[in-house]
Design a protein around this ligand. Sequence first.
Ligand SMILES: Nc1ncnc2c1ncn2[C@@H]1O[C@H](COP(=O)(O)OP(=O)(O)OP(=O)(O)O)[C@@H](O)[C@H]1O
Length: 312
Amino acid sequence: MTEPAISIQNVEKRYPSTHALKGVSFDIRPGEYFGLLGPNGAGKSTLISIIAGLTHATSGNVAVLGHDVRRDFRQSRRALGVVPQELVYDPFFPVREMLRIQAGYFGCGKDYWPWIDELLERLDLTDKAEVSMRALSGGMKRRVLIAQALVHKPDVVILDEPTAGVDVELRRTLWKFTRELNEAGHTIVLTTHYLEEAEELCDRIAILDRGQLSVLEDKRALLDRHPYRFLSLQLSGNGGALPASVERLIEDRHGDTLELKLEQGKDFIADVMEAIRDAGYRIQDVRTREPSLENIFVELTDHSHDTDEDAA
Ligand SMILES: Nc1ncnc2c1ncn2[C@@H]1O[C@H](COP(=O)(O)OP(=O)(O)OP(=O)(O)O)[C@@H](O)[C@H]1O
């Protein structure tokens, strides 16, 4: 069997006041584009820190391409490129020099310089190569961070919210670039709060929720497993009260528009429209929409109906 890109077995992490990871196990397969999602405080950053060897798990095992992150730290770290959430850099070095130094930390010498120039090119940084970090804009610094994580051509790349606060153009550049890296054989792990990003890019999705794995599934299967669709109806006319059969489907109303959620095989568009016409309205416009990953995520991580016991 092929070695997992990342293997996570029974990982627990306890901080003095928080049980951040409560026994998490899953494998990330080589070559996949993997989405690690979860609400704030779910434990994503803690798990990434453990994978990167920056924090130790309280118990459990993690390996990158078969290298245990504690016992074989150097090899596991060498196989990994982590694009961090926060900007950390030395302000005085010019960009290209800084990247060459960074490559040196991984034992990568001059034969990696052409790759560094390629990274600069792909991230639109070539004309900034001689500029010092402190003179770059926030978006440019973020591009450098990505280059920095990739200087040693790691097999596995972790992107921890790479597009938080970046403009649309850079976001597009990054999407394209990471997809190309993935096509070239790199395993990509993406954490993001932009669910449309995960929906667009990822093959499989894991959702961490309060320190536990609540979902691990192919994206397509996850989307298909939620068999409902949204119906948006624009009404006119002075009709009366809508029947209960329609009222119970209403998710939102704004102006003359009703947003309804219909379960496949149970609620039928034709029946709904007929009931609305019978109530004395004209239907001016009809739109339907499939659920997005965002809708599913909200549904799966909504704890508003939980009891206190569930949270413990
Ligand atoms: N160094 C630390 N010391 C104590 N508690 C911590 C520490 N780091 C994280 N925690 C706690 O562990 C839990 C998980 O936090 P973590 O940052 O891993 O979540 P996250 O899923 O990355 O959240 P976000 O999406 O907000 O970044 C939280 O309750 C957090 O307060």
